[in-house]
Design a protein around this ligand. Sequence first.
Ligand code: 4AD
Ligand code: MG
Length: 431
Amino acid sequence: MSRVYVEDLARHIGETVTIRGWLYNKRSSGKIKFPVMRDGTGLLQGVLVKGTVPDEVLERFEELTQESSFAMTGKIRVEPRAPGGHEMDVSDIAIIQIAKDYPITPKEHGVEFLMDRRHLWLRSSRQHAILRIRHQVIKAIREFFDGKGFLLLDAPIFTPAACEGTSTLFETDYFDLGKAYLTQSGQLYGEAGAMAFGKVYVFGPTFRAEKSKTRRHLTEFWMVEPEVAFNDLNDDMDLAEEFLEYIVQSVLKNRAAELKTLERNTTMLENVRRPLPRITYDEAVELLRKSGVDFTWGNDLGGADETVVSQHFDRPVMVHRYPSEIKAFYMKRDPQNPKVALAVDVLAPEGYGEIIGGSQREDDLELLLARLHEHKLPQEAFDWYLDLRRFGSVPHAGFGLGIERTVSWICGLEHLREAIPFPRLIYRLTP
Ligand code: 4AD
Ligand code: MG
């Protein structure tokens, strides 16, 4: 017999099937007993009526505790009022293991209590909804780039140098070769890929020793980074807005039930349609001052500033041409105004802040060397990267989208720690 899952029950109406899973809940009403099983794909309520099933089956029902594993056999009926829309008339129960004192009960628990038991918390319906949306986001990302003929280029995690500044590097000993650093971004390798394949995307975990205990910072997070030869900043923004629209619309279309479980108001998500507004950093500063924020030109936008800027728009907003001083060494300066870099950040609405950071890259060898020195970065470690400017350098651009920031925004989470199965934060390394 082939295995049957709860999510496929519509194809098994009237059949007798066995489902294996865990006890989610149970209740009794006189002679009728209702075990609710979760099998990972959905919930199924069983119905046992005293007198119509053998007494030992009822005894096994009584033995079941929350999260005990068991198999339930019976005939499937349509039942619109039941969770999932089906019910099983149970004829047999087989216990696999009895769980004693499962720590996460239906009552309210604090987040730290739940985070300490993250390995168990993943079984709850809210975490299911979030992680299914995360899966959909990743699926949409792959569909989008694969559909446009991008090559997936896997960048290394051990690297010899910083990509996004030295302050947040995790370092480790690396045999006789000295220090290695966990990658902060696969971008530099993505650029090599773009020169080799024209258009690529790097997708993987990235690491930052972020000292900030904010709701938007993880020390390990996933980032997808497209990089395209011959793209300038405008092309980069065109790609970013089309990409974001694709991801959000894909979640709305395919994960409506999960968004409902999360009680997410989807109005702002439905607005994520091209074109997205584009403003310069200078215009963002003006907006901030108009909103009463005392902001000095040249500073980076903090989380609170991003919220104020984005409140002026009904969808994500792209802020471009930031002061070059506050941006990474590889960003090209605007030939019209070298004080600003050809950079763009995409700010999500509803206070979620930056979800994408990108730029056109410095493609001139001499200027790039000057930037390396200004940033006090060791030239030897970047020698291979400089080769990309020595051998057929072309204008190119790319960006990075943080998966957890995106999932957190789409799901309407308070903190991005729930947007990844096992979060790594400055004060959390377990489970
Ligand atoms: O703006 P960032 O630092 O850009 C880069 O790393 C570039 N190399 C990307 C590129 O052009 N290829 O990071 C990009 C995105 C941010 O917008 C944010 O969504 C996410 O990565 N991010 C973080 N997410 C969670 N925790 C952190 N500590 C993050 N730091 C950045
Ligand atoms: Mg950034």
